[in-house]
Design a protein around this ligand. Structure first.
Ligand code: ADP
Length: 151
């Protein structure tokens, strides 16, 4: 059976830190689904969702085993519908750990077959953070060193 992992997130925007987690995840899984979660009732994204889907697809154009989707339902349910038995997440620091620890417990309760797998950030990407990229971009700063595609 294929090992399918879901890499869910807001990806507003998708960063080099995210790209690193996905590429390292390929050593563990046969297929990775990058899934942008959104809430249609309060879609207050900075980068539009369709724009980001295109950019992530372009980033992984050479990888037929990486697909990109959007979803607006429980992550555990989206994983079940896509036969993903693993949730891939990245950890940068203890703040990430506290948050990831709680959502992993909730997701496991919602779907007993779903195992969360965490990769520790590569040091060169540890400081990359989507909200900082949004701030820099908002004031016309150069964010090209933090993202794996051209805006
Ligand atoms: P969410 O809104 O679910 O927190 P994000 O888009 O912020 O989604 O991040 C998705 C996942 O990527 C999370 O597990 C987050 O901890 C991880 N992540 C974010 N930035 C980095 C980075 N620079 N290095 C490694 N993992 C990261």
């Amino acid at each position: 059976m294929k090992r399918i992992a879901l890499f869910p997130g807001s990806f507003d925007p998708f960063t080099k830190g995210h790209e690193d987690i996905v590429l390292r995840g390929l050593t563990l899984f046969d297929e990775i689904i990058v899934a942008i979660g959104y809430n249609s009732s309060k879609s207050q994204r900075y980068f539009p969702i369709d724009f980001m889907v295109d950019k992530i697809k372009a980033t992984f154009i050479d990888y037929p085993n990486i697909s990109v989707h959007t979803f607006s339902e429980l992550t555990a349910e989206f994983a079940r519908r896509n036969n993903a038995k693993y949730l891939l997440r990245g950890l940068r620091n203890t703040t990430d750990f506290e948050y990831e620890n709680s959502i992993a417990q909730v997701n496991r309760n919602l779907n007993k077959d779903l195992e969360s797998v965490f990769l520790i950030t590569s040091p060169q990407f540890a400081s990359i953070n989507s909200s900082i990229i949004r701030e820099v971009h908002r004031y016309n700063g150069d964010v090209s060193s933090m993202i794996p595609y051209k805006l």
